[in-house]
Design a protein around this ligand. Structure first.
Ligand SMILES: *[C@@H]1O[C@H](CO)[C@@H](O)[C@H](O)[C@H]1NC(C)=O
Ligand SMILES: *[C@@H]1O[C@H](CO)[C@@H](O)[C@H](O)[C@H]1NC(C)=O
Length: 226
């Protein structure tokens, strides 16, 4: 019985630690840079900043530069050559860690959507950013639509914060499930307290009886001697 209590104590301790990490909200800053020429070693220029004020609620502030005429021309050229547009997301967390993710999309898709894109920020179960990817919102199929260069001025970016239930994390999920089951078992144990002692603890008592039977069978002389 002492063992059972320890187990229950341990599980509730682990549960409360997990819960406190999930409940602890945090903010993250993402510096966006982009490459307006598709090269092996791209030159990155600042595109803007995304501030996620609350990872839990996904409250986001988007602050992006407008494209200058020469940048509009570069992007238009990328599109005309059916080349790629790259975005670098530098994630700065509150704890000082910095992670970088790069997304690549077809420039023509971005151009034909009038710079309408989506930034998807994936979190793990601890609320850490484990991925940032940029996708183009429209279903533009790069049909060679001529887009006036001047319209390529403002990015219209929607940010999505994706929590870990979407992501692969089977180990943690099954672990939490196990703890939940143990907690449930504990609760059932308390509510159905009208069962007899034997009904509740037969699974512990039976192995003990078997052990006693085996040890007495192994020492017949000792018993006969008495
Ligand atoms: C983004 O943040 C950097 C560093 O804090 C700053 O220099 C830059 O001006 C910001 N850009 C925008 C568009 O707010
Ligand atoms: C225990 O209580 C439940 C309902 O509270 C009842 O249905 C059940 O018969 C009781 N069992 C015993 C062994 O008294």
């Amino acid at each position: 019985m002492f063992v059972i209590h320890q187990l229950v104590l341990l599980s509730s301790l682990v549960l409360s630690i997990l819960a406190s990490n999930l409940e602890h909200d945090s903010s993250v800053t993402i510096r966006l840079q982009h490459a307006l020429k598709f090269e092996k070693n791209p030159t990155w220029t600042d595109r803007g900043n995304i501030t996620i004020h609350s990872l839990r609620t996904g409250q986001v502030e988007v602050d992006q530069n407008e494209l200058k005429p020469d940048e509009q021309r570069l992007l238009s050229d990328l599109s005309a050559r059916n080349s790629y547009y790259q975005v670098k997301s530098i994630v700065l967390s509150k704890d000082g860690t910095e992670r970088t993710f790069i997304s690549t999309v077809k420039a023509c898709m971005l151009v034909e959507s009038d710079l309408d894109d989506r930034l998807s920020v994936s979190l793990d179960y601890m609320g850490r950013v484990v991925g940032v990817s940029l996708v183009v919102a429209s279903s533009s199929a790069c049909e060679g639509v001529i887009v006036p260069r001047e319209t390529l001025q403002y990015f219209n970016t929607v940010v999505f914060v994706r929590h870990s239930e979407d992501g692969p994390n089977p180990d943690v999920a099954s672990f939490i499930q196990k703890i939940e089951k143990e907690k449930e078992a504990k609760e059932k144990g308390e509510t159905k307290d009208n069962r007899s002692f034997l009904a509740k603890y037969w699974m512990y008592i039976v192995p003990l009886l078997i052990f006693m039977a085996i040890s007495s069978a192994a020492n017949p002389e000792a018993q006969q001697g008495q």
